[in-house]
Write a protein that binds this ligand. Structure first.
Ligand SMILES: [Zn+2]
Length: 227
């Protein structure tokens, strides 16, 4: 009875080579109006840009689920004033993309680890942003953890999880969160999904010397079956 999506893509903000969420949804047989819930890993606009198309809410029937600290941070004028030059513009964009949902009462916040739906819970993963969260989906004995922006450049951060990126609000905490998550993913052997990991973006992690190796999920393009 619910159709749940994780993050909402870039919208128009990152150029014409992205902004493919609408077409991708359509390709799997859904319309944006059918989405009932969107789990936001964090409010950076490559994850929330697709929520608005100009002044139109792209997902008019959806409730956004966002960690409380994340909303507080991105809607704080104090934080905006304090942010580095690299982060400043994201505040304006975040408010433009999430603000209309907030004003319409369609943002529901949670605090820390929370059971959101049967089989779906959040887990705090702070550092990249203050309220950055993982979402864990468990079904029929299998587990998939949506990592959001736990890593940005797999080729660099799998062998060296200590390397951080300019966009981390708290780089030290981001690196600590990443190291912990990598250890746990190898130990428990569950599926993981990373927003910035190359297609298909879902796979397993394997220990490799002092670092890690990404084992992508085998993927078959249905297009070829229909020819
Ligand atoms: Zn991010």
């Amino acid at each position: 009875d619910r159709l749940v999506m994780v993050d909402a893509g870039t919208g128009e903000l990152y150029g014409p080579n992205l902004n493919k969420l609408g077409a991708s949804l359509k390709a799997v047989g859904y319309s944006p109006e059918q989405i009932t819930d969107i789990l936001i890993t964090h409010i950076h606009t490559d994850h929330t840009g697709g929520l608005m198309d100009g002044d139109r809410m792209v997902f008019p029937n959806a409730t956004l689920h966002i960690e409380r600290k994340e909303v507080a941070y991105w809607f704080s004028e104090d934080q905006r004033a304090k942010a580095t030059a690299a982060h400043q513009k994201y505040f304006a964009e975040a408010q433009a993309k999430v603000g209309p949902y907030k004003a319409a009462g369609r943002v529901k916040t949670f605090s820390g680890a929370t059971q959101l739906f049967p089989g779906i819970r959040s887990e705090p993963a702070p550092g990249h942003t203050p309220g950055h969260s993982f979402y864990t989906l468990e079904s029929q004995g299998e587990k998939l953890v949506f990592w959001g922006d736990l890593l940005h450049v797999a080729e660099v951060q799998l062998p060296r999880p200590d390397i951080t990126i300019l966009f981390d609000v708290d780089p030290k905490a981001a690196a600590d969160t990443r190291k912990r998550a990598f250890v746990q993913a190898v130990k428990e052997g569950y599926w993981v999904a990373g927003d910035h990991v190359s297609f298909p973006g879902v796979g397993h992690l394997q220990a490799d010397g002092k670092g890690y190796r990404w084992i992508p999920m085998p993927y078959v393009n249905d297009f070829y079956r229909t020819r």
